[in-house]
Design a protein around this ligand. Structure first.
Ligand code: SF4
Ligand code: SF4
Length: 175
């Protein structure tokens, strides 16, 4: 069974490893094949998330505003049993404006995070949340800055990045 870094140590280790992580990013950009990196990330994503209970963490929901697509407002409101107007009034930072049709929730932690770690939106959870930390998405070679950001939030993303260093022999090469 894999051991994961604890959530409360993440920010410290992400900061401590920042320089090395940026060096690894440059190394990846210049040495690895895009498809090979995607395949490794997907494999590690599936393997690690199968062993990790996100409901005990929810650091992503605690560290960020929710990012809700406008096209979901009605179905989210229906799911919560309120009107679209009430939904916007209660949960959406409409004054800030949308970013490509996505709106922040009013608060951080996200307004839809329940105390038991569940998302109040249930199966309507936004696609961006379902995909987070995006480690199973294609094009990882072109998203390494966001991956480095995510390892300060997500213990699974952190472990994936550390395992990539081991698999590519990066730590050995730097000695
Ligand atoms: S996706 Fe990452 S940050 Fe979010 S709950 Fe799961 S392990 Fe925690
Ligand atoms: S919408 Fe749900 S899954 Fe997404 S950040 Fe909010 S609580 Fe978390």
């Amino acid at each position: 069974m894999k051991e994961f870094i604890s959530v409360d140590k993440l920010a410290y280790y992400a900061r401590r490893n920042e320089k090395k992580n940026l060096q690894f990013r440059i190394w990846l950009k210049t040495h690895v094949d895009e498809e090979d990196l995607d395949e490794r990330c997907r494999r590690l994503h599936d393997e690690y998330f199968a062993q990790y209970d996100c409901s005990k963490c929810r650091n992503c929901c605690k560290s960020c505003h929710g990012y809700i697509p406008e096209e979901d407002f009605q179905k989210d409101a229906d799911h919560l049993g309120i009107s679209r107007e009430e939904f916007i009034e209660k949960y959406i930072d409409i004054e800030k404006g949308g970013d490509e049709g996505n709106y922040d929730t009013k608060h951080m932690p996200c307004d839809f995070l329940n105390e038991d770690g569940a998302c109040m939106l249930g199966e309507n959870k936004p696609e961006a949340c379902v995909k987070y930390p995006y480690t199973a998405e294609p094009g990882r070679l072109w998203a390494l800055y966001s991956m480095i950001d995510n390892i300060a939030v997500c213990p699974v993303a952190y472990e994936i990045f550390e395992e990539l260093k081991r698999e590519y022999g990066f730590n050995r090469r730097r000695k």
